[in-house]
Unconditional design. Structure first.
Length: 276
């Protein structure tokens, strides 16, 4: 099977965008092969863009690098919105994209000097706060607050930890939940500024996570660390996004997306990574 794709990235979170007639046009095994950075094309996930329903411009289906299917992906949504504009209309555009977490509004402004790049504003739905829990990890206590942005996040406010430590902590926290969870370590840098480091279920540590950035601001606003109804700058390893949360925890995410390259591959010819 010959597959056309375009590589997009949102502040370093990179995806293969595939336009298809059906949301299940690719299998989990296809995603694993495509996302392998040594034996495939490489990416944090595959985004399948198929026709939308009920007035939506399109449907986004996300497959993680391990083949799992998360409900939502904020950086992926920005990439899909820009890809739709590139595929159909180079002008600024606003439309609805269906996701497994529900419909999401998007607004895209393409850079006039570099049309591969766009600034995308997306409605991210309502943040739903849940319970807190504490764990002991390598001699320290970590207090997490759960929040759903259509997908689950465990948010911990504390001083930053090393990448290696996050690589060990993420699976431990995620393993507490039958379906897993994303894990964020958040450090406040100012009244309107947060640093966020992410471990994503199904992927591992990544340069960015849009829903994680939004969930972090939801928890921060609930705790009185940042104000409602103002844009908060969230710095992730891959770059910055802006998040706004209102008093009903309705959220909005603004950030860049960029087209990297397009290509064609033969799925049947992609090698499987050697068994570990």
């Amino acid at each position: 099977m010959s597959l056309k794709f375009t590589k997009y990235q949102g502040i370093g979170n990179d995806f293969l965008v595939v336009f298809a007639e059906h949301p299940e046009a690719l299998t989990p095994a296809d995603a694993v092969r495509l996302c392998d950075r040594h034996y495939g094309v490489g990416g944090d996930g595959v985004l399948i863009v198929s026709p939308g329903q009920d007035g939506a411009r399109a449907r986004m289906t996300v497959l993680n690098a391990d083949g799992s299917r998360p409900e939502m992906c904020g950086n992926g949504l920005r990439c899909v919105a820009l890809a739709i504009v590139h595929d159909s209309d180079p002008r600024a555009a606003g439309f609805v994209v269906e996701t497994d977490a529900g419909p999401r509004t998007t607004s895209v402004v393409v850079d006039t000097e570099n049309p591969d790049v766009g600034m995308v504003r997306t409605g991210m739905g309502q943040g739903r706060l849940a319970d807190s829990f504490e764990i002991d990890f390598e001699g320290e206590k970590y207090l997490f607050r759960m929040v759903s942005m259509g997908n689950p996040h465990a948010i911990c406010f504390r001083d930053a930890i090393s990448d290696e430590k996050l690589d060990r902590l993420g699976p431990l926290v995620s393993g507490r939940f039958p379906a897993g969870t994303n894990v964020e370590i958040v450090t406040q840098r100012g009244p309107l500024a947060l640093d966020v480091h992410v471990w994503e279920r199904g992927v591992g540590r990544t340069l960015a996570c849009g829903t994680g950035a939004v969930g972090s601001v939801v928890v921060a606003a609930d705790q009185g660390l940042v104000p409602f109804d103002e844009e908060v700058t969230v710095q992730l390893p891959g770059g910055k996004v802006m998040v706004r949360v209102d008093r009903d925890f309705i959220t909005e995410l603004t950030g860049p997306a960029a087209r990297v390259f397009s290509g064609t591959t033969e799925l049947a010819e992609l090698q499987r990574a050697p068994a570990q």
